[in-house]
Write a protein that binds this ligand. Structure first.
Ligand SMILES: Cc1cc2nc3c(=O)[nH]c(=O)nc-3n(C[C@H](O)[C@H](O)[C@H](O)COP(=O)(O)OP(=O)(O)OC[C@H]3O[C@@H](n4cnc5c(N)ncnc54)[C@H](O)[C@@H]3O)c2cc1C
Length: 261
């Protein structure tokens, strides 16, 4: 059993632009377009925005991708940012974190580790900072987690006997599910989980603002700040307006002038 204190985010997917098809579109519509970004998501946001006014060639106006996207952020033309999409795996987070994460609906997709399917006897736990920094609280917390795992294993064994006795004709998969979905009722919020997440840039910005805000829970705020740092490298022209500030308690929070585009 590992005790986890920091979330891990993997960016496992991002967009690739099909330049041949973009050039075919430009040729067939007698327009030209140049942009200075090499980042797929930034290119796609720019071209999708330019489609609205056919602002290509002589009508190109703003020259750099940064200028173009910043104007979208300023004017609140946020739907254009829905064309930029990434896939993430988030690990080392608690079930209480994912319960909060999945409240974000618009522009998100989720696939999470199933406690009905997966045996959690070997699970790790996510320890809150305020507990880990206090020896007495840490020891009590650790004792609780160890105790729960022992009792969870006991439950699995007893439930397994009960299910075999009561439902002998069920398939082995259904029996396992019935046992694990019942035993999981004693697992705590601190149980570590893994979640595959797909989100567009507009949805990510909204998440980063709400959950990077000082009033948000510490764990989800850590993920929001970490996500922001990754996204500022991944697509600086879409996420570059955010500033990371130190909160009174020394933790990090997020601020921007362009909220909820
Ligand atoms: C500090 C903090 C404390 C919180 N405390 C609680 C709590 O105590 N209890 C609790 O239940 N939740 C709580 N939440 C969760 C919160 O209520 C939202 O569910 C969560 O932040 C997702 O926000 P959202 O609905 O804006 O996001 P999304 O679901 O991603 O939606 C994005 C935007 O799309 C629009 N939208 C989405 N769905 C609809 C719809 N059906 N109709 C109209 N417009 C829509 C809205 O403009 C919305 O802001 C808290 C959140 C924060 C940040």
């Amino acid at each position: 059993m590992k005790i986890i204190k920091e979330p891990t985010i993997y960016i496992v997917g991002s967009q690739i632009v099909n330049s041949d098809e973009i050039n075919r579109f430009l040729d067939e519509n007698d327009v030209s377009w140049k942009t200075d970004t090499e980042i797929g998501s930034e290119k796609l946001c720019e071209i999708s925005g330019r489609i609205c006014y056919m602002s290509f060639g002589k009508k190109q106006g703003r020259k750099t991708n940064k200028e173009y996207l910043e104007n979208l952020l300023k004017s609140g033309h946020g739907s254009v940012l829905e064309h930029a999409v990434w896939n993430f795996i988030i690990c080392g987070v608690s079930r209480s974190f994912t319960h909060e994460l999945v409240r974000h609906r618009a522009g998100w997709g989720y696939s999470q580790l199933s406690q009905r399917f997966v045996d959690e006897s070997e699970t790790d736990f996510v320890e809150p900072d305020l507990i880990s920094s206090d020896e007495e609280l840490h020891n009590i917390w650790l004792e609780c987690m160890e105790d729960i795992i022992e009792k969870y294993k006991f439950m699995l064994e007893k439930l397994n006997d009960k299910v075999n006795e009561r439902y002998p004709d069920l398939s082995s998969t259904l029996k396992k599910k019935l046992v694990r979905q019942t035993a999981r009722s004693i697992l705590p919020n601190a149980t570590e989980t893994k979640i595959f997440v797909t989100a567009n840039a507009r949805a990510l910005r909204h998440f980063i603002e709400l959950r990077g805000y000082i009033a948000a829970d510490v764990e989800i705020r850590k993920v929001a700040v970490k996500m922001l740092k990754l996204m500022q490298k991944e697509a600086p022209n879409i996420f570059g307006d955010y500033k990371i500030v130190k909160a009174e308690d020394g933790t990090e929070a997020v601020e921007t002038d362009y909220r909820k585009v």
